[in-house]
Unconditional design. Structure first.
Length: 525
């Protein structure tokens, strides 16, 4: 009898259902009053908790019942929610508690942690959308396959030889592109209006380094689809005030560049109360525009940082949608070059040239608009005001990571990194301390990786080694003191635990695990 792979059958079923997926709606579109009341009354310490819960029956029926019973003077909101929703992690077959072993090294701990962070979700459950293959989640409050987190998780999996897990996650991303035309922030309905830093090309190249260049051919359709998502709207640019439509911007000299954006301008479902409070405290700003800027920063992955502020020190000063980010445009340069390379594998010289040419134009534009001779560094560009922001952040190392900096520019960047960003525990994210989590004194795993790889690319191995050593030793010290691997670290001083932001420090943690493992095992794609 021939063995039937039930895993393959279930994956095929998700694929079949997903070719033309039903339009998903986020909680703010279907819950109405119930969502607003739960979030405003802070029923849960973390606002993400409620939007991740699974309804026990149709959500519209729950909302209709809520409108009736809430009029009762003895109505108990907490009891109502408990009766009509459940938490996946607390359900039968939910996530078991992971127990640390004090005798393990950090690397051993991470290797044993991968299966604990693995999820398999082939049916929609509340806001959680089905994916055909198992995936590794970041951990803590984040129990989804997040887009840019996944690439840095994959680095650690690859370092551990877990190539099957890597490939499954790549296939999930390709599935989301194929069925939706882009990669949502994560497989949650409330993330469907935005993406994240486009790292799918990096994922494909990582897998191609293991399986061969045929991988480029295999995923070329999805690479093209993602590119079209970011470049959509060329014909509409002339009709807009600042030559910008969604994620696409035309510079005064006619070059196409990109910004982060969000297709909605309402409060985020997972941060409803906080967003409304921010708008209420910004009397001089239109609420819908402020919500758009908040959502835009969320798409960048840097939510939040003074990088997105107009010069103030709080969220009511945010203007992220007015900015051409240097990191985004470097990643899209890499996407264009990867598409060109993929066309080269199928002997399409005209298309190879076309996308290589587009990449070269973007490369020149990054130098023209984002290189600052005065600071010897790359900064973002405010296309509304036609000037560089002048804000120093580790986004400025992406041109080295992408290989588009000149030798002289790389020398200046390396000098600035050593002078202003290198701290006791690695690289600090920005030179500003604002209280936001993507600012000083925090350091983040993905940015350590990007900086180290960029420095190595230009021959600054000694500085790259110093960054690697300082950051991995900080991770080890925090693990020894607390038994925790966390989302972000204070690389400047103190106990090393990161702070700031909209939620408490999270354990797990996907991209920290991935980057640490890749560093310790000297893995390079």
């Amino acid at each position: 009898m021939k063995f039937i792979d039930s895993d393959a059958i279930q994956s095929a079923a998700v694929h079949a259902r997903g070719v033309v997926p039903r339009q998903k709606k986020s909680p703010d579109e279907v819950m109405g009053e119930l969502l607003a009341d739960v979030q405003s009354k802070e029923l849960y310490p973390d606002a993400k908790t409620f939007v991740d819960m699974v309804p026990r029956k149709r959500i519209r029926a729950i909302e209709q019942e809520y409108k009736l019973v809430k009029q009762d003077p003895h109505f108990d909101l907490r009891e109502f929610v408990a009766r009509h929703f459940y938490d996946l992690s607390h359900s039968p077959g939910g996530i078991e508690e992971f127990v640390s072993d004090p005798g393990e090294t950090v690397s051993q701990h991470i290797t044993r942690l991968w299966p604990h962070l693995e999820r398999c979700n082939r049916t929609d459950k509340g806001t959680l959308m089905a994916l055909p293959h198992a995936y590794i989640v970041p951990g803590g409050r984040f129990n989804e396959q997040f887009y840019w987190d996944s690439y840095f998780i994959m680095l650690g999996l690859a370092a551990d030889g877990e190539w099957k897990r890597v490939e499954k996650m790549v296939k999930n991303v390709a599935y989301m592109i194929r069925t939706r035309g882009y990669v949502p922030t994560a497989n949650r309905t409330y993330f469907l209006s935005r993406s994240q830093p486009p790292v799918f090309a990096l994922m494909v190249r990582l897998l191609a380094g293991h399986k061969g260049r045929r991988v480029l051919r295999e995923y070329l359709p999805q690479l093209m689809q993602e590119y079209r998502f970011w470049m959509r709207g060329v014909t509409k640019l002339k009709q807009t005030e600042h030559l910008a439509y969604r994620r696409l911007v035309r510079t005064p000299v006619g070059v196409l560049m990109n910004r982060y954006y969000d297709n909605k301008d309402t409060p985020r479902s997972e941060s409803l109360r906080v967003d409304k409070e921010t708008a209420a405290g910004a009397a001089d700003r239109q609420a819908d525009r402020l919500f758009l800027h908040l959502r835009t920063a969320a798409e960048s992955g840097w939510d939040f940082s003074a990088r997105w502020f107009r010069g103030g020190d709080d969220l009511d000063d945010i203007h992220a949608a007015d900015i051409l980010p240097v990191d985004l445009n470097c990643l899209l340069y890499l996407l264009e070059e990867t598409i060109a390379d993929a066309h080269r594998t199928i002997l399409q010289p005209i298309l190879t040239y076309r996308y290589h040419r587009r990449a070269q134009k973007r490369k020149q534009a990054i130098s023209d608009y984002m290189w600052s001779e005065a600071s010897g560094f790359y900064t973002d560009y405010n296309f509304h005001h036609h000037e560089q922001t002048g804000f120093l952040s580790l986004a400025g190392v992406f041109p080295l990571f992408a290989g588009i900096a000149s030798i002289d520019q790389a020398r200046h960047v390396a000098r600035r990194i050593e002078k202003d960003f290198l701290k006791a525990g690695g690289l600090v994210t920005t030179t500003v301390e604002s209280g936001q989590q993507w600012d000083s004194p925090n350091g983040w795993a993905p940015l350590q990786w990007v900086a180290v790889e960029g420095l190595r690319r230009y021959g600054y191995d000694q500085l790259a080694d110093e960054v690697t050593t300082r950051w991995t030793e900080l991770v080890e010290r925090v693990y020894k003191d607390t038994g925790r691997i966390v989302e972000k670290y204070n690389v400047v001083d103190g106990d090393g635990l990161g702070g700031g932001g909209e939620y408490t420090l999270q354990d797990g943690f996907g991209w920290t695990n991935g980057v640490y493992q890749a560093f310790k095992k000297s893995f390079r794609p």
